[in-house]
Ligand binder design. Structure first.
Ligand code: GDD
Ligand code: MG
Length: 339
């Protein structure tokens, strides 16, 4: 089984963390998000993945130099210019000559969905396209569906699809969870070489044809594309919320002072945490440095936090330096707007 994984977005909402690293290469529980995603696809029977890239292919090629991610064969389809989700799917599928049922996944989704179950549901209805659905509290930030029958789990025909509706105008609280099974006929609906949104242009067409189905599950699911959710995706690996994935709180290569207090946090490779520092509900990404007595809460840190500084609800990018003794609250360093 082949899969196209969309990894070409700009990761705008995670700047400054994504200034030098594309979103799917950011670690979740010490491993690049994309590795955890490819592992999940492999568990469901995927053997070959095409990464649909819009920009910055180098970090992926460097991370997987032999074209393998675990046992899965990786190839790259680099768009000449970003083609949006639909254009990217067509471009990537054509670049490897896909002409059979295939899987598509958004590159920033972490879930315990069984792709094998999604495939079985798709075939059971002879659907043209089947979308994983999940229930959320605020559907307006997603693609939202209306189903033909009662939304009681399992597979059903989708009779309406609206991408990011106005709050209050959502047809339900069931949203597109970003993993699909497509028949190759879907590719023919996408104009070649153009910017096409699968969500805004193609899903409504499939609804019209009666070929779009939704498979609802209550599996663990998170779109890690926003700071709060990226942090949650990391910290959830410390809890029993995940069925398959877990991680250690502190990477073996991290150097953490014995007087530092680490609570519900992930400390990445080669991170240094000084004496009496306090780290709570936070992710210190590989190479971060935290000075003595610094206090970090609900934050994502790649760069340096000076001694006795306080960082709350903030992101510190690789080049970010929080001066000793200063406070950064609900901020981002370096300021993404200024870079
Ligand atoms: N190759 C390529 N080219 N990939 C792209 C492009 C492009 O031009 N634009 C976006 N992508 C990739 C992103 O990298 C990401 O993996 C995926 O497509 C989805 O883009 P996001 O920017 O993360 O979209 P979203 O989170 O706002 O919404 C999407 O995901 C939701 C579920 O997480 C939509 O599919 C929604 O309908 C869905 O509910
Ligand atoms: Mg997303």
């Amino acid at each position: 089984m082949r899969a196209v994984v969309l990894v070409g977005g700009f990761g705008t909402r995670l700047r400054p963390l994504t200034l030098h690293s594309p979103k799917p290469m950011l670690p979740v529980g010490h491993r690049p998000m994309i590795e955890r995603l490819v592992d999940r696809l492999a568990r469901g029977g995927v053997t070959d993945v095409v990464l649909a890239l819009g920009f910055k292919p180098e970090p992926f090629m460097e991370a997987f130099p032999d074209g393998k991610c675990g046992d899965v064969n990786l190839t790259y389809a680099v768009e000449p210019e970003p083609l949006d989700t639909g254009g990217a799917i067509r471009f990537a599928a054509e670049s490897v000559g896909i002409n059979e049922t295939f899987v598509v996944a958004n590159g920033d989704v972490l879930t315990d969905l069984s792709v094998a179950d999604l495939l079985a549901a798709h075939h059971s209805r002879m659907a043209e396209a089947t979308m994983h659905l999940t229930g959320v509290d605020d559907p307006s930030a997603f693609g939202v569906v209306a189903l033909e029958g009662a939304a009681d789990g399992g597979i059903d025909r989708i009779v309406d699809f609206v991408e990011k509706p106005e709050p209050g105008a959502e047809p339900s609280n069931l949203v597109n969870a970003g993993t699909y099974v497509f028949e190759p006929s879907v590719l023919g609906l996408i104009a070649a070489g153009k910017r096409v949104s699968i969500e805004r242009s193609i899903f409504p067409m499939l609804v019209e044809r009666g070929g779009l189905y939704g498979f609802s599950t209550d599996d663990y699911w998170i779109d890690a594309g926003q700071p709060e959710l990226y942090r949650a995706a990391n910290l959830d690996l410390l809890s029993d919320r995940r069925v398959f994935d877990r991680c250690a709180a502190i990477a073996p290569t991290a150097v953490v002072s014995s007087s530092a207090m680490i609570t519900n946090s992930i400390i990445g490779d080669n991170v240094e945490v000084g004496d009496d520092a306090e780290v709570v509900d936070s992710v210190l990404l590989a190479g971060a440095r935290v000075g003595a007595g610094a206090r970090i809460r609900a934050s994502l840190v790649m760069g340096a936090v000076g001694a006795a500084a306080e960082v709350i609800g903030s992101m510190v990018g690789a080049e970010g330096v929080v001066p000793a003794g200063s406070r950064l609250i609900d901020g981002a360093l370096p300021d993404p707007a200024a870079v």
